[in-house]
Write a protein that binds this ligand. Structure first.
Ligand code: 5GP
Length: 183
């Protein structure tokens, strides 16, 4: 089986859209500090590209890593914190930066945990959104792209830990090797 990644959203499209969303966030938080929380590892590339384009002199960054128990590609939404945040959230305007919201279970559970830490406000900015798969109603105020019900990779998202470094979003496709073909 040959594996290849078909481009779904190009680097240029992502760049353009991140600038738009960053401008919106700059406007919405004008005069207010923003505490951005990156959900590792998938949100890492998006966090960097988004944060540097938000115009605000009072942005702080923190990182957390969670694992979601589930079988295969389905998420149970039971979230275990693998690496917790370094700083408290009390009184802060928290912006959670996610790679993708699929069923919404992970985010629902995560927001429950973060809300117990008493932030002044909490919003979510996700690079990708799969609305057709949603099972939990989660507030995604900022969403860059809606994607179809396909397993996507790139721009932080992995397939078996690979492809996170791709500068675009793609779909992994498998092809039968042609008989007699080389390589
Ligand atoms: P949810 O709990 O919303 O169903 O799942 C969220 C998590 O599942 C994401 O943070 C991501 O790690 C993973 N996920 C969901 N859909 C995809 C996908 O299409 N590609 C990749 N690489 N991960 C996905």
């Amino acid at each position: 089986m040959k594996e290849r990644v078909r481009t779904l959203i190009s680097e240029e499209e992502i760049d353009r859209r991140i600038r738009e969303v960053a401008a919106q966030i700059s406007e919405d938080y004008r005069g207010k500090p923003i505490h951005m929380i990156c959900i590792l590892k998938g949100g890492a590339m998006f966090m960097c590209e988004l944060s540097k384009r938000i115009q605000n002199d009072n942005i702080s960054l923190d990182f957390m890593s969670v694992s979601s128990y589930g079988s295969g590609m389905t998420s149970s939404g039971i979230v275990k914190i693998v690496k917790d945040l370094d700083d408290p959230l009390e009184g802060k305007n928290v912006l959670v930066v996610e790679d993708i919201v699929d069923t919404g279970h992970t985010l629902h559970h995560l927001l429950g945990i973060l809300n117990t830490r008493k932030p002044a406000s909490i919003e979510v900015c996700t690079l990708l959104n799969k609305p057709s798969r949603r099972e939990m109603d989660v507030p995604t105020k900022y969403a860059c792209f809606a994607v179809p019900d396909k397993f996507v990779v790139g721009y932080g998202l992995d397939y078996d830990q690979r492809y996170r470094n791709l500068p675009y979003i793609g779909v992994v496709e498998f092809e039968e090797d042609e008989e007699g073909s080389e390589g």
